[in-house]
Design a protein around this ligand. Structure first.
Ligand SMILES: [Zn+2]
Length: 382
């Protein structure tokens, strides 16, 4: 039996309590001061463990937090995000709660952001707590980067993450996963805006003089959706449309927001060109397309597989049977893996239904996943 796992199993109630505290600090990406409350909480908690804590002030979003613990010339980077997709007030509708699921007989903790990814923040903290209290010294210095803008594509933290990643032997991402699964790949993510300009006219008196931007948009929506190719793992989702002004006016403008997912860098290039190169069906309409990939595809690599293999062996010693997986959802691991740094993701809490009202975690996974993380950190020095 692992002394780290023993230590953490004893602390499961405290871990759950800390998850509850973090869930109660609601932190939507767009609410700077709300996210900064999480920054303050984590800064204090890590400082209490003797870690070096550096708050990196931001203007547009909440601050980012860099935490350094341990010695060593070489470092391991751990990534987590403090923001969630839930607005302030969601907690009142859906308070933190632990209950037994009658269907599967399993305890579940629920609440906004509990799975993605407040549970993972607690796992990172308690992994350090276990190493410290048990006097275990990893060969690597640990650097945690907690960012405030992951859920909106990490616009202000990407450079920071990449700079820290190139100094690191490995990157461990504390995003959540399902039981026994770790992530070795993630699709690349693109975001585009399509603006269509037509010509307004009276719908009754001068129908033929107008150019309907909405009609043109309808053609383009079908074109875009038809670019989806499940066989290649490529998906296009026209997620938002707007257009027109009044029912008796030929619409002069329409607009759409588009999400793209791709498996490989090559496919990403092909699809970005296809979307940016859209041509109008009605030559009298004008298309203005902007956007591109905001997270590069994270493709399976030998370094990533080797890192997973290490985690699999460590997990087996703890009685976990870990599987390699991947997902269409992007994370900050996309940035570090695309730089060629060995990256492993899904090391956070176990549960399901990210970004959904039914989001949940398995509280029993908190000590087990923190033990996996701490043991993996030690094993990286072997
Ligand atoms: Zn997340």
């Amino acid at each position: 039996m692992s002394q780290i796992l023993d230590y953490l199993l004893d602390r499961q109630p405290a871990m759950i309590q800390m998850v509850e505290q973090l869930v109660r600090l609601e932190s939507p990406s767009a609410d700077r001061s709300a996210v900064n409350a999480v920054v303050g909480f984590l800064a204090d908690a890590f400082a209490a463990l003797g870690a070096g804590v550096e708050r990196l002030p931001q203007v547009a979003f909440g601050d980012h937090l860099r935490v350094t613990w341990g010695q060593g010339d070489r470092q391991v980077l751990l990534l987590g995000h403090m923001d969630t997709v839930w607005p302030v007030g969601e907690l009142a509708r859906r308070p933190f709660q632990i209950s037994k699921d009658p269907d599967i007989g399993l305890q579940k903790a629920t609440g906004p952001g509990v799975f993605d990814m407040k549970g993972g923040l607690v796992i990172g903290l308690y992994a350090v707590s276990a190493l410290r209290d048990l006097g275990l010294r990893p060969a690597h210095r640990l650097v945690f980067l907690f960012n405030s803008d992951e859920e909106v594509g990490s616009p202000t933290s990407r450079t920071l993450i990449e700079e820290e990643a190139v100094r690191s032997d490995a990157v461990l991402v504390l995003e959540p996963s399902s039981e026994n699964v770790l992530f070795l790949w993630r699709k690349g993510v693109g975001r585009f805006e399509l603006e269509i300009q037509g010509v307004a006219s009276h719908a009754g008196a001068a129908h033929d003089r107008g150019v309907s931007a909405i009609e043109e948009l309808a053609h383009q929506v079908l074109r875009l959706e038809a670019m989806t190719d499940y066989g290649r793992g490529t998906t296009v989702n026209v997620g938002v449309v707007r257009g027109g002004s009044k029912s008796n006016v030929r619409p002069a403008s329409a607009w759409a927001e588009i999400d793209l997912r791709v498996m490989t860098a090559e496919e990403g290039e092909r699809m970005v060109q296809a979307i940016l190169g859209l041509q109008p069906v009605n030559p009298k309409a004008t298309l203005i397309v902007s956007g591109g990939l905001n997270r590069p595809p994270w493709e399976i690599s030998p370094q990533g597989e080797a890192l997973f293999e290490r985690a699999r062996r460590v997990g087996a010693r703890l009685g976990m049977e870990l599987w390699a997986g991947g997902t269409g959802g992007g994370s900050d691991g996309n940035f570090t893996a695309a730089l060629g740094i060995p990256t492993l993701d899904g090391l956070g809490v176990v549960g399901g239904d990210a970004h959904a009202l039914t989001e949940w975690i398995d509280p029993a996974s908190l000590p087990r996943r923190a033990a996996l993380l701490a043991e993996l950190i030690l094993d990286l020095g072997q």
